[in-house]
Write a protein that binds this ligand. Structure first.
Ligand code: CTP
Ligand code: K
Ligand code: MG
Length: 180
């Protein structure tokens, strides 16, 4: 029961988990804010780029389509009825995750935090909130069927744990500048 909830929550959130990590690998180039400042600090900062956002979103959508291709064997193997991603849902999860992270950078700059500074709580959940808001807005029927209350509860607990583990690993591997 709990195992199948965790499996479903993880499956459904993969298109939202992948984009920020892909952006770390793909980032660089022009910042989204074009260097502009607002009230004495950068609007978003150099850590939010067009390339990172575009590649992150695209990789998230491609991974969702990849999961669709293996949904039947995966469901049979695990004994869980995994959902198929409708394209609008996949785009919403991937882009929503990136948008949530961008929104968090906006808040970090407003609160005097430099690029790369940590903001405990926000760092671990910004992309989940963005992804879920977007998918419930764009594909409400699909989202309601997949993200039941128990699944949402598992997502809320599991995501910060996965976030800490992947970011510490990315830092240890030299892929990220900070372990958060
Ligand atoms: N990245 C990007 N575009 C995004 C998100 C991330 O290019 N939309 C890349 C940047 O190279 C960024 C790295 O991924 O430096 C790590 O992402 P993140 O930790 O979110 O950014 P920070 O550099 O820490 O900046 P901030 O303080 O604004 O979060
Ligand atoms: K971040
Ligand atoms: Mg960071």
């Amino acid at each position: 029961m709990v195992g199948s909830l965790v499996a479903t929550a993880f499956w459904a959130m993969v298109p939202a988990y992948v984009p920020n990590n892909a952006a770390v690998l793909a980032g660089g180039g022009r910042p989204i804010d074009g260097g502009r400042e607002w009230r004495g600090a950068r609007l978003l900062g150099d850590g939010k780029t067009w390339r990172g956002t575009a590649v992150g979103t695209a990789v998230g959508v491609l991974v969702a389509l990849g999961l669709n291709a293996v949904v039947d064997p995966a469901s049979a193997a695990v004994g869980v009825d995994f959902p198929t991603f409708k394209l609008p849902a996949a785009v919403a999860l991937a882009f929503g995750a990136m948008a949530g992270d961008i929104g968090a950078s906006f808040l970090k700059r407003r609160s005097g935090r430099e690029r790369g500074a940590s903001f405990p709580g926000l760092d671990q959940l910004d992309f989940v909130v963005g992804a879920l808001l977007a998918v419930f807005l764009v594909a409400p029927g699909w989202a309601t069927a997949v993200f039941t209350l128990p699944v949402l509860a598992v997502v809320a607990v599991m995501t910060p744990v996965l976030h800490v583990v992947t970011n510490v690993a990315a830092y240890a591997l030299g892929l990220k500048n900070e372990p958060w």
